[in-house]
Ligand binder design. Sequence first.
Ligand code: C5P
Length: 403
Amino acid sequence: MQSLLNKKIILGISGGIAAYKSAELARLLMQEGADVQVVMTEAAQQFVTPVTMQALTGKPIYTSQWDSSIANNMAHIELSRAADAILIAPASADLMAKLSLGLADDLLSTMCLARDCPLLLAPAMNKQMWEHAATQRSVQRLTEDKVVLLGPASGFQACGEVGLGRMLEPAEITEQLIAFFQKKLLAGKRVLITAGPTFEAIDPVRGITNLSSGKMGFAIARAAVEAGAEVHIVAGPCDLVTPLEATGKITRTNIVSAKEMHAATMQSADCDIFFAVAAVADWGIAKPAKEKMKRQGKGAPSLEFSANPDILADIAKRVKTQGGKPHPYCVGFAAESADLAKHAEEKRKRKGIPMVVGNIGPNTFGSDLNQLLIIDEGGSKKIAKAEKLQLARQLIQLVAKKI
Ligand code: C5P
C-alpha cells in the first residue's frame, strides 16, 4: 500500500550536513507513491548535489528564482500551486529565521511565502543553535503561523556534541508526513491498546507463548496516532518499533506475562477507546520453578495451570454510559479456528462489549495482511483482505463514528 499516492510534495533542502539524508528521504517519499519535486538552496548544494537528487527523482532540480525554464519565469508561484505540501528537510536555523520573518531572498524562501499549501519543517542544527533564544523565537513564530515542525530529535550530532537538534530519520519524517495527511477523526481522544503475545514462564529459561506478532495492534496504534489520538500501547514480547514515536503522541509499556499486561493495562484504563488486540494467555503456570528444571530420567514433568485475569472483561466492567454511548468504547478481537462469526458474537455478548473484530484466517499471525469480520450490535461486516495498516485505518473510521 502506498500512503502518499497522488500527493505532490515539494522537498526543500537547505544547507546543513543532514542534507545527505535528504536523498534517502526523497526515495522513501517516492516509494510511498509521492510525486517529489526538489528545490535546493545555494548552501544545500555544498552538501549534496542537484545531480544526485535529479538522478533519484527523475526530475530537474530547481535552485534559482531566476530559472528561465519555467514558462512564466515565476518558479516560486508555479511550483507551490501544484503542491499538496512543502516539506523542508533539513531546515537550517538560518532558513527557519528567514521564514519566521517572511523574508524571501531565494527560490525556496520565496516559494514558502507565496505558497497556498501546508509547510512542514524538519529542523537540523547544532544543539546550541537550536537552544538559542533567536531560534526558539523562530519556532514560536512559525508555530503561530501554523507551520508544522517535525522534530528535531535528540542524540549524537555531526559536530561531535550530543543533544537536541538532530534531524529525524528519513523513515520517521515519511511516517509523520503520511500521518499529517490523515483525517483527525480521533483528535483529543485517548486510546489504549494491548498488542502481541504474552509469555508464561515455566522456569527461568522456558515458557509458553503463542504466534501473535503484534503487527495488528501496532498498526491500530499507528492509525490512531495518525487520527490525532494520544495512544498508550501495552505490548507483549515482540520486536516491533513503536510507530510515530517522535510525535510524542504515543507511549509504550513492555510486559512479559498476562498478569503484567493486566496490571499495566488497568493502570492506563482511563481512556476513551480500548482495543484489546493482544493474544493473552488464558492460563499461566501456577508455580513457575525458581531454578531451571532438570531432566529426571525418562519422565516428563506435569505442569499445573492457573487462570489469568481477563483484561478486556475487567476494562469492560468499568464502562459507563456517557452521552448515551458506552465509555470507554471497548473493541475485542477474536482469532478462531472454526465458526468465527458465531464465536465472535458469543464473545461480544459474554464480555459485554459493543464490538468484536474477527481475524479471518488462516495464517494471519505474523503476516502483513489480514481480513476482518467486524461484529457489533448492528450485525456483521467484512473488511476485505488488505495490509494491516490499511485495515487499521478503516477500523479507526468505524470506531470514530461509534463514539
Ligand atoms: O475469548 P477470549 O477471552 O480469548 O477473547 C479474546 C479477546 O479478549 C481479545 O480481545 C483479547 O485481547 C482479550 N483477552 C484479554 N485478556 C485475557 C484473554 C483475552 O483481554 N486474559
